[in-house]
Design a protein. Structure first.
Length: 773
């Protein structure tokens, strides 16, 4: 008799360590301070601590409920390395694939579904040879066994691995990596056999690609691939039991596909998706019959957010799931990778707010509670459900959650608040006000964040530097950055953002309705972590946020100084946002605060304001049907933020980190006067999308990649600018700028790159025949 699926589990746990131990270890390895065996032993120590912690929190030690979800960098890279798609003989090769080195370029990085986690994109072509190249996952399972644990290995499933890969350079036009599924499956089979031989009872295969409608493959293609993959793997003789997890949205029709295979357990995201068979999620009789033989793992605890939530409602969902199968287990909707470790690590948080929250450890506790309820009956967890409900109602009635003045202002909005004067009129007024040359040059906002700036911020936090001392240090920096830009000959200047620790947290710290954490780190990619702010209440602006810095910067120059704000969508995307009202309403509250800020910037003599929206694409829902509504509210919130600006005030926006082709109409609908957009890595491909869409406002396709320390030459910049100039239609339409902010760069390369950019611009302005390179 095989081991039943554990009644309570999680799909994955944060890997970076409670105090970012993994970040410190891998960065020490990169710097050559520790060797590979030392890094391995630190990784092992972290895994051991995680297993112990999860057992302490209520998961079973020997029932396969603890997932083995560790990774030194990224789980997609791990799977690609395991199957030989990315060659990596050792940790040095592994990190080289992730980050590049002197001879090897890094793999491309992109957003993992609709989260702010970035995975590495494997490159797979007809020539890629699949073989079981790494058994690290087996070794980690054995390591757990040696410590007295029977855990559940987790690996990205074959369909998702291929669907997220991109065609290699050698692949012919139109090739898709998913075409290689049949050759990949034997490698997964071999891995499963090895895991079975090592004693694994259950293995988790993560298949989020099966819920997405935003991949190049159609739902039918993904479904066919799932049928082939789990048909084949299900038929293996010597294998562990298979748990296929489908986080991030509803499985829809693909549930029937999986149900028809021999997989033993299916994980459903019941935070994003409805109970199968309920309204809008129909089930055929044959699927119903098949599901009765599966364990249905209900992802009812939100892995994507930090609210304690409605535990009774979550338990009720499990009850409904039990109508489909006698075997039901409780889990998180996604891996807990997206949330920080522990609310108890935030003693500075208001106690009342803290009581509404559940970080990873609290969520594991919730899973354990619901599992107890499943085993012993609802009465066994009455108390816990009641406590969670009390916290939830407290949250609805606490001061600050609903602020009448904020709500009244939102209710009184009319369509006129979302619109500015016609573009032609604005353009003329702005030309008069600003007198900019053809091909105006600018930057995206931040200048290098030097050690000196960071030290001043740390000293302020520790109380070693007072507010006045800090302000004068930042002013000194602003003044240096302004002089530098004047010397370089840029046309539209920035203050350099030295005072910003982070482009979202800076605003969260200044707005009412937000809280910030001290240890709430979440992995963004590799060793890079962010501390998302918590948006818990109605948002308003107690005082101007950026005005004094911008006013000071403008006082140093007669050139236009751009005010610099982060847009509502990006503020929401990079925070943990209240889930008790539509995102659209929350976005509009943030927008009104920004609108007031723009009015104050205008009062302070600022004639150009940039509202950054790099996350516009990231929040796009995975399901097509949900996309129009999202695009509608996200665009509206930007227009509300900027709609009060004077006709002569030039509004810029900036987009980066994604492919924007699919949302080009939304970008146009933002109605910004000037849009700077990441383009250098794709060699200006985006300008063709822009042209096709009929976009006729100002546009600055980034002419060089700020993610790389490489300095672009005048010749290549000139060439890119000519390409861009040929693709835009409108006169005075093209702007010249880098891809993104410069805060992660050093000064030397920044100065040379910008000098070259200005020189290339002059060359193009003077005409093709006069270009000297
Ligand atoms: C991720 S987009 C960054 C925009 C911001 N204004 C900066 O320059 O850093
Ligand atoms: Zn950017």
């Amino acid at each position: 008799m095989s081991t039943p699926f554990p009644t309570g589990t999680i799909l994955g746990y944060p890997r970076i360590g409670r105090r970012r131990e993994l970040k410190r270890a891998v960065e020490a390895f990169w710097r050559g301070e520790i060797d590979a065996p030392e890094l391995e032993s630190r990784g092992a120590a972290l895994r051991r601590a995680t297993r112990e912690r999860l057992a302490e929190l209520g998961l079973g030690r020997t029932d396969a409920s603890i997932p083995e979800s560790f990774s030194f960098y990224d789980h997609v890279l791990d799977a690609a390395v395991a199957v030989g798609a990315v060659p990596a003989a050792d940790l040095t090769d592994y990190f080289a694939a992730a980050r590049g080195d002197a001879t090897r370029p890094a793999l491309e990085m992109t957003k993992w579904f609709d989260s702010n986690y970035h995975y590495l994109v494997p490159e797979i072509g007809p020539e890629t040879e699949f073989r079981l190249a790494s058994t690290r996952i087996v070794a980690q399972f054995e390591e757990a066994v040696s410590q007295g644990f029977l855990t559940r290995p987790v690996i990205v499933g074959p369909v998702t691995l291929l669907a997220l890969a991109k065609p290699s350079d050698a692949a012919p036009e139109g090739f898709r990596p998913l075409a290689r599924l049949a050759e990949l499956l034997p490698v997964y089979a071999e891995l499963l056999e090895k895991l079975a031989a090592a004693g694994a009872e259950w293995v988790q295969l993560d298949e989020p690609a099966l819920v997405s409608e935003s991949l190049p493959e159609s739902a039918d293609e993904l479904r066919a691939a799932a049928a082939a993959a789990y048909g084949m793997l299900g038929r293996l003789e010597a294998r562990p039991q298979l748990f296929v997890a489908a986080p991030y949205a509803a499985l829809d029709g693909t549930l029937a596909t999986l149900a028809a295979t021999a997989v033993e357990a299916i994980g459903l995201d019941l935070v994003r998706g409805a109970i199968p068979g309920s309204a809008g999620a129909e089930l055929f009789d044959c699927t119903k019959d098949a599901l009765k033989t599966k364990t249905l793992v209900g992802g009812v605890i939100d892995g994507h957010n930090i609210w304690r939530g409605d535990l009774a409602a979550a338990f009720a969902k499990l009850g409904l799931l039990r109508e489909l199968s006698p075997r039901v287990a409780v889990s998180t909707s996604t891996s807990l990778l997206h949330v920080p470790h522990d609310v108890d690590d935030e003693p500075q948080l208001d106690g009342r707010l803290a009581s509404w929250l559940a970080f990873a450890d609290q969520k594991v506790g919730q899973v354990a509670t619901l599992a107890k309820g499943l085993v012993e009956g609802a009465s066994a967890i009455d108390g816990a459900l009641a406590q969670a409900s009390a916290a939830l109602s407290d949250r609805f009635t606490a001061p600050g959650v609903r602020v009448p003045a904020v709500r009244d202002r939102l209710a009184a909005l009319t369509p006129a608040d979302f619109a500015r004067a016609p573009y032609e009129e604005r353009f003329a007024a702005q030309q008069t006000a600003l007198g900019l040359p053809e091909l105006p040059t600018t930057t995206i906002g931040s200048f290098p964040q030097t050690g000196e700036i960071r030290r001043a911020r740390a000293a302020l936090a520790k109380g070693e530097l007072d507010e006045a001392g800090y302000t004068s240090a930042m002013r000194a920096e602003i003044s240096r950055v302004v002089s530098l830009q004047e010397e370089l000959g840029l046309d539209v200047l920035v203050h350099g953002e030295p005072e910003r620790n982070d482009m979202v947290q800076y605003f969260a710290e200044s707005l009412d309705g937000f809280a910030v954490t001290v240890n709430g780190w979440v992995q963004s990619y590799g060793s890079r972590c962010t501390r998302p702010s918590i948006l818990w209440g109605d948002v308003s602006r107690p005082a101007p946020m950026t005005v004094e810095w911008s006013r000071y910067a403008q006082s140093l120059t007669s050139k236009p100084m751009k005010g610099m704000l982060t847009g509502p969508v990006t503020i929401l995307a990079w925070s943990f946002v209240r889930d008790d009202q539509p995102l659209a309403d929350t976005a509009n509250q943030v927008a009104l605060a920004l609108r007031d800020e723009i009015a104050d910037l205008e009062q302070a003599g600022i004639r150009i304001v940039q509202v950054d929206e790099p996350a516009l694409r990231e929040l796009l829902p995975l399901k097509r049907a949900a996309q129009p509504a999202y695009l509608d509210w996200s665009v509206s919130s930007f227009r509300l933020a900027t709609g009060g600006a004077h006709t002569a005030t030039q509004i810029h926006t900036h987009l980066c980190y994604s492919e924007f082709g699919v949302v080009i109409d939304a970008i146009r609908a933002l109605d910004a006067d000037v849009t700077s957009i990441e383009a250098a890595r794709s060699r200006m491909e985006v300008v063709h999308d822009i042209r096709r869409s009929g976009f006729d406002h100002g546009v600055g396709p980034g002419v060089y990649d700020i993610h790389s320390p490489r300095v672009p030459s005048v010749a290549e910049l000139t060439e890119l600018l000519r390409t861009a100039a040929a693709a835009v239609t409108g006169e005075h339409q093209l702007w010249v700028n880098p891809d993104c902010g410069l805060k992660t760069r050093g000064y030397d390369e920044t100065v040379t790159s910008l000098r070259n950019m200005v020189q290339a611009t002059r060359a193009v302005r003077e005409g093709a025949d006069k270009i000297a390179v």
